[in-house]
Design a protein around this ligand. Structure first.
Ligand SMILES: Cc1cc2nc3c(=O)[nH]c(=O)nc-3n(C[C@H](O)[C@H](O)[C@H](O)COP(=O)(O)OP(=O)(O)OC[C@H]3O[C@@H](n4cnc5c(N)ncnc54)[C@H](O)[C@@H]3O)c2cc1C
Length: 146
């Protein structure tokens, strides 16, 4: 089992919460939490280890990881095998399903999408003129560049 320490702060640090949530979700990875907002010696230790002042900093068997580096966490902790149990199953790959799946995934939930296609009705659409921020985007019904 790897030796994992998370230097973080309580309160407004979103990436601290994401890091601890990610490790907790993995379940099998116990970690020691150090609140550098309260412990000045620990804060100094963190700065010496990482060469910077930002939190979170995670130390995995001596490797220093600055920030919520999910790519590195996945390399270290995930096998790449599909889980037996998902946090969420989305049925349908239209705009609603894909948006729900993407945002759940961004919150580190494991998501399975069951669908007949990716795109839903937008696959039939030639032009979508009410996609905010764009004059016009094409759907799946054309290859035309606009
Ligand atoms: C030709 C056309 C043009 C359009 N143009 C516009 C536009 O310009 N602007 C706009 O706002 N809207 C437009 N719409 C409407 C817009 O595409 C829909 O409102 C939108 O796609 C609805 O999204 P949804 O995810 O709720 O459902 P859908 O897009 O209908 O997606 C449903 C998904 O569920 C899957 N599914 C269904 N049943 C099952 C099952 N039993 N098992 C597995 N998967 C299943 C489908 O394959 C699909 O992937 C257009 C629609 C069409 C057809």
């Amino acid at each position: 089992m790897p030796n994992v320490t998370v230097y973080s702060t309580e309160g407004g640090c979103q990436y601290c919460r994401l890091t601890k949530g990610y490790l907790s979700r993995l379940g099998g990875v116990p970690f020691t939490e150090v609140d550098v907002g309260r412990d000045k010696n620990a804060a100094e230790e963190m700065v010496n280890l990482s060469g910077q002042y930002g939190v979170p900093v995670t130390v995995v068997d001596g490797e220093v990881i600055v920030g919520f580096d999910v790519k590195r966490f996945r390399e270290l902790f995930e096998t790449g095998e599909a889980p037996d149990i998902y946090d969420m199953i989305v049925i349908g790959g239209g705009p609603a399903g894909l948006t729900a799946a993407m945002y759940a995934s961004r919150k580190m939930l494991s998501v399975l999408v069951l669908t007949e296609n990716i795109g839903g009705q937008a696959l039939e659409s030639w032009a979508i003129e009410n996609y905010m921020g764009f004059r016009l985007v094409t759907g799946g019904g054309t290859d035309a560049e606009v």
